[in-house]
Each structure stands twice: as structure tokens, then as C-alpha cells.
Write a protein that binds this ligand. Sequence first.
Ligand SMILES: [Zn+2]
Length: 111
Amino acid sequence: MGEELLSCRQYEKLIPMYLNKTLSDEETIALIDHVKKCPSCREELTIQHMVAVGLNNLDEIIDLNVDSELDKRRRQTVLSLYKKDVTERMHLGVFFVGLSTFFLALLLIIL
Ligand SMILES: [Zn+2]
């Protein structure tokens, strides 16, 4: 993945979906990575997060929780991506084993 595929405006549009967990895993990671280095999107996410969670104590939350929240969410997302990847590889593995068995059988029949 290249740097800055989306602009801040586009990331901002992803924030509500991030918060209600309707983003894809790839988008979630891209958004988290962006937010971590972009102060304005970070602020936007923090505000929307607090509104969504309904917390009143703004000052306390801003710097205490957002980072650990983001890191946690990123780990979970990476893990779920990894699991998906492993599952795909396993399917692919079964496919190739099946394919080579087929050709081996074919070879035996021909010979
Ligand atoms: Zn940004």
C-alpha cells in the first residue's frame, strides 16, 4: 500500500463507519494509520468517538484513551486480516493438493 491513498476529507467520511464498525479491515487499518499521524483527522475521530460513546468528560478522554483504543482496534483488525489470509491460503493449499493428485492420477492412467 502506498502513502496517503486518500485525502483527509475522504478519511473524515470514513470515521463514522469506523466507529460503527462497518469499514472493511483494510480501510480500518488505513484510517487508523492516517489518524495516528494526522492531527486534524485525529481530532475529528476523537470528537466523533466521544459523541458516539456519549461521554461528557472531554478533557479526560482525549489523550488518555484514543491511542490505546486505536492500537487495540488496529491489532484486532490486523489479526482478523491475518486469519482471513491464512484461511485463504489453506483453501488454496487444498486446491493445489487436489490438482496435483488429479494430474498424478492422469499421468498414471496415460502411462
Ligand atoms: Zn488527515
